[in-house]
Design a protein around this ligand. Sequence first.
Ligand code: HEC
Length: 105
Amino acid sequence: MRFFLPLALALASCAPALPTVTDADRAWARNAFPETADDLGDSRVLYATKCSGCHMLVLPRRVPQREWPVIMEKMAPKSKLLSSEHAQILRYVLTASRPGQLPPE
Ligand code: HEC
C-alpha cells in the first residue's frame, strides 16, 4: 500500500478533469436541445464511463464542436452505444465544446 497509494494518486492527477455541467451549460443546451437539456449531468457520467476504455478521456473542448458528430459516428460502435446513449453523449460534448468555451490548456 505504501508504494501503490502514491502511484495511484500520481496517475489520477494526470487525468484531465472532465468539466462538470454548469448553469450556463444547461441554459445553452435548453436552447439547442429543448426536450432533453436536463439529462446533461447523466450524459457527462455516461461519457466518462463509455469513452475512457481504450484511451484517455478526450476533453470535449479539445475538439472543435463541428467535428464531434463525425467522431461520435466513429466511436459509438467502438463503445457499443445504444442509439439513445449515442445521442445523450453527443449532446454533452456539443454543449461542452460550443464556441466561447475556454480554449484547451
Ligand atoms: C474500443 C476502443 C475505443 C472506445 C471504446 C472509444 N474509442 Fe475513441 N478512439 C479509439 C481509437 C483506436 C482511436 C484512434 C484511431 C481512430 O480514430 O479510429 C480513437 C480516437 C478518438 C478521438 C480522436 C479523434 C479521431 O477521430 O481520431 C476522439 C475524440 C475519441 N476517440 C473519442 C471517443 C469517444 C467520445 C468515445 C465514447 C463514445 C470513444 N472515443 C470510445 C478507440 C476507442
